[in-house]
Design a protein. Structure first.
Lengths: 301, 266
C-alpha cells in the first residue's frame, strides 16, 4: 500500500502538471496543425539539457537559463519542423521518431552532455527564494496556465484559423492565401517553446537528467495524454495528462502494466471517441441540453 | 481599369503526367471584366489548366502572367498561396471545405488573407467586424442561415456555394470557378448566374469551367473549347454552338446532336 501524504500529492501534481504542459505543447502541432509527432520527447530533452548546461557549466542564473531553454526549444522546434515541409503526414510520424532517437543518441555519446551518466540540475532560485516543493508546484502550474492561455488566445486568432485550415485541407488552405510551410513552422516553433519549458521544469524536478529520460516511451506517453484528453482543445491534453498520470498511481500494481494500459487507452480512443475525453464531455453535455430543451413537463431540479 | 484589356494570359502552357500530354500548348487570354468559360469533354485538361494557373501543378513548359496594378506578374513558379494573394483565386471541382470548421469560419479563413504574412496573424478576429463581414458574404450566396453549421455536414450543393463565398472573402480580381453549377437544380442555377453577373458588374472577372451548357451559353461572354489538352475553338457562345469541331469533340465524328441541354456530368 502507498500512503498519500501531502508530500506525495505535491509530487504527483507537480509531475502531472509538467506532463500536462508537455501534452499542451504537442497539441500545437498535432491538435491544431494536424501534424503527428511521435518524437516529442526530443524537444523536452533540448529544454532540459539547455537548462542543465547553462546552470551547471556556465553558472547562468535561473532567471536567464529558463527563458533560454524555452528559446532553444523554439529554435530547435523550427529546425526540426523542416522535415514536415518535405514529407507526407505518415512519413512525418516516422521521421519524428527518428529525430527522437538521434537526439537521445547524440546526448548519450557526448561527454559535454554528460553521456549516459547524465547531468545534475540544482534547485532553481528566483531572487534568492528556492523554488521547491509547493512553490515549485505552483511555479509549474503557472507555466501550464501560460501554455493554456496561449492555446486559448490562438483558437480565436487568425493564426489559429490558418492552422485549422492547414489541418483540414492543406491544398484548400493554400488556395485562400495560407502558406502551409510558414504555418507548419509556426506550429513547431510554439510547440518547441513549451516543450522546452516542460523539459527544463522536468530537469529541475528530478534534479538529475539522463538521455534515457527523454526516450521514445516519453514521446508515446505525451501523445497518449493529448489524444486521450482530446486533441485540438485547450483542456484535453491537460485533463488527459492528469488523468492518465495520476490515476494509475492509486492503483500501484498497475504501474508495471502502464505501457499496456496506455496502449489499450489509445486503441479505445481511436476506435470509440477520436475526440477523446473532451469529445465525450461535449457529447454528454449536448445530450443533457437536448433533454432539457424539450418543452415537455417534468422536474428540472 | 478599362474594361477591354487583358488581365490574365498564358503562353504555350504544357503539362505532362508521365506519358500523358494533359495540357498541350495552351495560350489563352482573359479580358478584364468578362465571364469566360472553358468547356470540353471529360479529361480534356480543363482542371489541369486551372491547376497550372493557380500553382497547384508546376507547368512542364510555358508560363502564365497576371496583371496586378498595371504590372504583369508571372504566376507560374509561385506557390499557390502567393498566387491567391495576388488576387487570382479559385474554387475546387471536388469541393474542399474545411470540414470541421463552421461555414462562417471557412469564410473567415479567406478573410484572414491579409494577415497571414505578418504578426497581425496573432490578432484575434472579432464579432462586430470580421464575423459580420463573413456573414454578409454568406448572405450573398444565400447561406446565412448555415453560418454555424460545420461545413462537413452541408449537402454538396451548399458546399459548392460555400467555396464561392470563401473565395470572395479574398477580394479577388479574377475568380476561377471549377464547375460551380454541378448538381444544382434549375432554380439554383438561375441564382448562380445572377450572382456571377452581379459580381462582374462589381468589377470582377470570372473564368468558368462548366459542363452545364445552359449555364455556359447563358452567362458567358466568350468560350474556349479544350479537347485532349489543346484549344480547338474560341468565340462567343453563338459561334461555339455551331462549331463543327466542337460538336465532334463532344460526340465523336458524324454526330450532329446539339450541345445545348447539357453534356455528361463530372
Amino acid at each position: 500500500m502507498v500512503s498519500f501524504t501531502p508530500d506525495y500529492m505535491i509530487t504527483l501534481i507537480t509531475i502531472g502538471t509538467i506532463y500536462a504542459l508537455a501534452a499542451t505543447s504537442l497539441n500545437f502541432i498535432t491538435g491544431y496543425a494536424g501534424l503527428v509527432s511521435i518524437g516529442h520527447a526530443a524537444f523536452l530533452a533540448v529544454g532540459a539539457y539547455t537548462e542543465a548546461i547553462l546552470l551547471l557549466k556556465y553558472n547562468v542564473p535561473f532567471e536567464i537559463a529558463f527563458p533560454a531553454s524555452i528559446l532553444m526549444g523554439a529554435i530547435l522546434g523550427a529546425l526540426l519542423g523542416l522535415p514536415s515541409l518535405r514529407v507526407s503526414d505518415d512519413f512525418l510520424a516516422v521521421a519524428t521518431i527518428g529525430i527522437n532517437f538521434i537526439v537521445v543518441g547524440a546526448l548519450q555519446f557526448s561527454d559535454f552532455f554528460g553521456g549516459t551518466l547524465g547531468l545534475s540540475v540544482e534547485t532553481p532560485r528566483v531572487l534568492g527564494v528556492a523554488l521547491e516543493d509547493t512553490v515549485f508546484m505552483l511555479f509549474a502550474l503557472a507555466m501550464l496556465a501560460i501554455g493554456m492561455g496561449v492555446s486559448w488566445w490562438l483558437q480565436r486568432s487568425w493564426a489559429g484559423l490558418a492552422l485549422a485550415a492547414l489541418r483540414e485541407d492543406p491544398q484548400a488552405a493554400e488556395s485562400v492565401g495560407i502558406s502551409t510551410a510558414r504555418f507548419k513552422i509556426i506550429a513547431f516553433t510554439i510547440s518547441g517553446a513549451f516543450a522546452g519549458m516542460a523539459g527544463a521544469l522536468l530537469a529541475h524536478y528530478f534534479g538529475f537528467i539522463t538521455p534515457g529520460t527523454f526516450g521514445f516511451l516519453l514521446s508515446v506517453d505525451i501523445l497518449v495524454f493529448a489524444v486521450f484528453g482530446g486533441l485540438g482543445t485547450i483542456w484535453g491534453p491537460v485533463v488527459g495528462a492528469y488523468f492518465l498520470y495520476i490515476l494509475p498511481q492509486f492503483l500501484r500494481t498497475f504501474q508495471d502494466y502502464r505501457v499496456i494500459l496506455y496502449g489499450l487507452v489509445l486503441m479505445f480512443i481511436i476506435v470509440v471517441e477520436p475526440d477523446g475525453l473532451m469529445g465525450l464531455y461535449r457529447r454528454a453535455s449536448d445530450w443533457w441540453s437536448d433533454r432539457h430543451a424539450e418543452p415537455t413537463a417534468g422536474e428540472t431540479a | 481599369m478599362s474594361g477591354d484589356g487583358s488581365i490574365l494570359r498564358t503562353d504555350g502552357l504544357h503539362k505532362f503526367f508521365g506519358g500523358v500530354h494533359a495540357v498541350d500548348d495552351v495560350s489563352i487570354e482573359v479580358t478584364d471584366g468578362e465571364i469566360l468559360s472553358i468547356i470540353g469533354p471529360n479529361g480534356a485538361g480543363k482542371t489541369t489548366l486551372f491547376n497550372l494557373i493557380t500553382g497547384v501543378h508546376e507547368a512542364s513548359r510555358g508560363s502564365a502572367e497576371f496583371l496586378v496594378d498595371g504590372d504583369w506578374k508571372r504566376v507560374t513558379g509561385r506557390p499557390p498561396h502567393a498566387i491567391a494573394e495576388l488576387g487570382l483565386v479559385r474554387t475546387w471541382q471536388n469541393v474542399r471545405p474545411f470540414g470541421a470548421l463552421t461555414t462562417r469560419e471557412n469564410v473567415l479563413a479567406g478573410l484572414g488573407h491579409e494577415r497571414y504574412r505578418s504578426s497581425s496573424m496573432f490578432g484575434r478576429y472579432d464579432r462586430e467586424t470580421h464575423e459580420a463581414t463573413a456573414d454578409d458574404l454568406l448572405e450573398r450566396v444565400g447561406m446565412d442561415e448555415y453560418a454555424d453549421t460545420p461545413a462537413s455536414s452541408l449537402p454538396l450543393a451548399l458546399q459548392r456555394r460555400l467555396e464561392i463565398a470563401r473565395a470572395l472573402a479574398l477580394d479577388p480580381e479574377l475568380l476561377l470557378l471549377d464547375e460551380p453549377a454541378a448538381g444544382l437544380n434549375e432554380e439554383e442555377s438561375e441564382e448562380l448566374m445572377t450572382l456571377l453577373r452581379d459580381l462582374v458588374e462589381e468589377g470582377l472577372t470570372i473564368v468558368l469551367i462548366e459542363h452545364a451548357m445552359d449555364v455556359v451559353m447563358n452567362v458567358s461572354d466568350r468560350i474556349y473549347v479544350l479537347d485532349q489538352g489543346s484549344i480547338i475553338a474560341e468565340g462567343p457562345p453563338i459561334e461555339i454552338q455551331n462549331d463543327e469541331r466542337v460538336v465532334e469533340a463532344y460526340f465523336g465524328e458524324s454526330e450532329t446532336a446539339e450541345i445545348e441541354g447539357g453534356v455528361g456530368d463530372a
